[in-house]
Design a protein around this ligand. Structure first.
Ligand SMILES: [Mg+2]
Length: 127
């Protein structure tokens, strides 16, 4: 099973990759929202979780989230927002738009692993 990281920062994606590999998942990466939606389209059957950056050039995280939740083929896939402290107030908007969790940058790998496990556990319970 795979986890998709949509994040314009290669450094953040590298940290996410480390956490995802510890959990024995494979990471798919996209550096902006449109690329992320394309990867989602191509791999929808395999993706268990999406980690979605808030602040990206082009579509922002909320816009990408809204597109994911509007599309019947994707809307069941859990989304965790990846945000910074200053954008934390936006989390309420993201939760309302269908995100199930969030992680605030900078985060440790341990924290990220814990939150990914929480997301995946919740995904299983919903099935
Ligand atoms: Mg960013």
């Amino acid at each position: 099973m795979k986890i998709l990281s949509i994040d314009d920062s290669a450094i953040v994606r590298k940290i996410i990759r480390g956490a995802v590999e510890v959990l024995n998942y494979e990471l798919l990466e996209a550096s902006d929202g449109l690329e992320g939606l394309q990867v989602l389209h191509d791999h929808v059957e395999e993706i268990s979780l999406i980690l979605l950056d808030w602040n990206m050039p082009g579509l922002n995280g909320l816009e990408v989230l809204e597109k994911i939740k509007k599309e019947e083929l994707y809307s069941h896939i859990p989304v965790m927002m990846v945000t910074t402290e200053s954008e934390k107030e936006n989390i309420v908007m993201a939760i309302k738009a269908g995100a199930i969790h969030y992680v605030v940058k900078p985060f440790t790998m341990e924290e990220l692993i814990k939150k990914i496990m929480e997301c995946l556990g919740r995904g299983e319970m919903d099935e």
